[in-house]
Write a protein that binds this ligand. Structure first.
Ligand SMILES: CC(C)(COP(=O)(O)OP(=O)(O)OC[C@H]1O[C@@H](n2cnc3c(N)ncnc32)[C@H](O)[C@@H]1OP(=O)(O)O)[C@@H](O)C(=O)NCCC(=O)NCCS
Length: 175
């Protein structure tokens, strides 16, 4: 009886490990496809899925950037993301608008590039508007509407967002 139970457990574990492996191979392929399609992509970029990047050929990603799951980038107007930037889950980055003065606005595209600096942290569920520039080291709080430029090292949050304060760098990194 004991042997049968051990056998069943092993078979069950084998199936789970097999599924995990298949999933990780699928994700690896997705990462390779994304990297190949982007305008440029640095080293050590962490992608979590689902991730949607439209017009990848107009999107530039620096080194050591991390994307949590459910990020959506409309890249049609051009998007640049600097080194060491962290993008939390459910962030949307739009570099295009539609012209609502035209009746058939679906056929219109207004392109406005988005530039996100280095060492930026964008909190979950934030929306980055077309044409916005986020400075190096800025912190965008969760659920923020970023509809204007954000200065370097600003802590910016709200809806619409505003500069609340600046980072103080009062602590050392501990190992
Ligand atoms: C912005 C943030 C980094 C902290 O900023 P902080 O100024 O140190 O925030 P505090 O906790 O001191 O809060 C100060 C005030 O701002 C408010 N506040 C903080 N973050 C806010 C946000 N994102 N949007 C609106 N208001 C916010 C607080 O409610 C508080 O208001 P009160 O004074 O009326 O109570 C943090 O709140 C945040 O949004 N982090 C993102 C977390 C995240 O998305 N994680 C995903 C995984 S990386």
């Amino acid at each position: 009886m004991k042997k049968i139970i051990i056998h069943i457990i092993r078979r069950f574990a084998g199936v789970i490990i097999g599924l995990d492996l298949a999933e990780s191979i699928k994700e690896q392929k997705q990462v390779e496809n994304i990297r190949k399609s982007l305008k440029s992509c640095g080293e050590k970029v962490a992608f979590r899925f689902p991730l949607v990047i439209e017009n990848k050929h107009l999107v530039e990603i620096g080194n050591n950037v991390s994307f949590a799951s459910y990020v959506h980038i409309w890249g049609g107007g051009g998007v640049v993301i600097g080194d060491n930037t962290m993008i939390a889950s459910h962030v949307a980055i739009a570099s295009i608008d539609h012209d609502y003065c035209v009746k058939d606005m679906k056929k219109t595209v207004i392109k406005k590039p988005v530039i996100i600096g280095s060492g930026v942290w964008i909190g979950s569920h934030s929306f980055i508007f077309p044409g916005v520039k986020i400075g190096d080291g800025a912190v965008i709080g969760a659920n923020t509407l970023v509809n204007k430029n954000v200065p370097d090292n600003a802590i910016f949050y709200g809806s619409p967002g505003r500069v609340v304060k600046y980072r103080s760098f009062s602590k050392e990194l501990k190992n």
